[in-house]
Design a protein around this ligand. Structure first.
Ligand SMILES: [Zn+2]
Length: 332
């Protein structure tokens, strides 16, 4: 692993976390929010301007599941505008005042479950979108809910500040064999990271690619008795929007990988199985890695990306196989 320390922050840490925690739902059972909305309205969006890029009917039939609806708030909106027909979000937090400068929530939504607030917004963009929100931690979904949500998901997105949730997501996508994306910022938001998994296409699972962070998290829990939550220092809504747009492009490419004739068609295959993307969002971001990649180039680069191929963790390079995927493509 190139990076030893990863801030899976996705721009959404509440500095006012205590307040949010107090207002959180206390029940452990997965709670379908009062604001649950199903697609019942009319889709009046004319998608003709994007038909060269995407298959509208495919998008309308696609379910995207988002765990953590803070930093990916803008991304969810973009998915709905683009034509994605079904969005499911899982997030136990409520909207607080610290979210207003970096996430798309409105002052009147402070105190609401984030999933409800997001549902309101998405239904305003397209009343026909199917939406469900679960105001619980990913790990607290019941097995039945987990299966209902993920077994038919087209893509799963993990953008939480909770490493435990990100790690649990890996087990889910391996189990149901669905494409997935994990994303966040590192090093005081000087650069961003996206790891993605496409069953049968990409070579490693999330745990293979981030095993050193599993160790760091385990050490933190052992030392402090609580889960590690990364800092969002230096993060603004512009950071979120940049990363969300990149993730949105990847989601489109994943959905269209086996569809011909669109600009998002055929991005991934035997010839291109890179699965870990770093993007410099500040000229000083992740300097060592980018300097190595662009050695000898005199221009100053920013907003550019470095795509890596991360292999599975299996012997002989590693002493033991990755505990989650065991060096295979399925959950262990
Ligand atoms: Zn693995």
């Amino acid at each position: 692993m190139v990076i030893k320390y990863f801030n899976i922050i996705n721009n959404m840490i509440n500095t006012n976390k205590g307040l949010a925690q107090d207002r959180k739902l206390s029940n452990n059972a997965a709670h379908l929010t009062a604001g649950t909305l199903r697609g019942a309205g009319e889709d009046v969006i004319d998608y003709s301007r994007e038909e060269a890029a995407v298959d509208i009917e495919l998008l309308k039939k696609s379910r995207v599941v988002i765990t953590g609806c803070g930093g990916f708030y803008e991304g969810a909106q973009m998915l709905v505008r683009c034509g994605v027909g079904e969005i499911i979000v899982i997030d136990p937090d409520v909207v607080d005042n610290t979210n207003l400068c970096r996430q798309g929530y409105l002052p009147r939504q402070v105190g609401m479950n984030k999933v409800d607030a997001m549902g309101e917004c998405l239904k305003q963009i397209n009343p026909a979108v199917k939406f469900k929100g679960y105001a619980v931690k990913l790990q607290d979904l019941t097995p039945e809910q987990e299966e209902e949500i993920f077994s038919t998901a087209a893509v799963a997105i993990f953008t939480t500040d909770s490493f435990a949730a990100q790690a649990y997501g890996n087990k889910i996508v391996l189990k149901y064999q669905i494409p997935a994306i994990w994303a966040g910022f590192g090093e005081a938001s000087l650069f961003s990271e996206i790891f993605f998994y496409i069953p049968g296409v990409t070579p490693a699972c999330f745990r293979c690619a981030t095993s050193t962070r599993y160790e760091i998290n385990e050490e933190f829990v052992a030392k402090h008795g609580k889960e590690y939550h990364a800092s969002s220092a230096g993060n603004t809504i512009f950071h979120s929007a940049l990363l969300d747009a990149q993730m949105g492009m990847l989601i489109m490419a994943i959905l269209h990988n086996k569809v011909d004739g669109k600009s998002f068609s055929g991005w991934f295959g035997d010839y291109f199985d890179h699965n870990f993307i770093h993007t410099k969002v500040n000229p000083m971001g992740h300097k060592e890695g980018f300097d190595k990649t662009f050695a000898g180039v005199k221009d100053v680069f920013v907003f550019h990306s470095r795509w890596q191929h991360i292999n599975r963790e299996i012997p002989p390079k590693y002493p033991t196989p990755c505990p989650d995927c065991c060096g295979t493509d399925v959950a262990q």
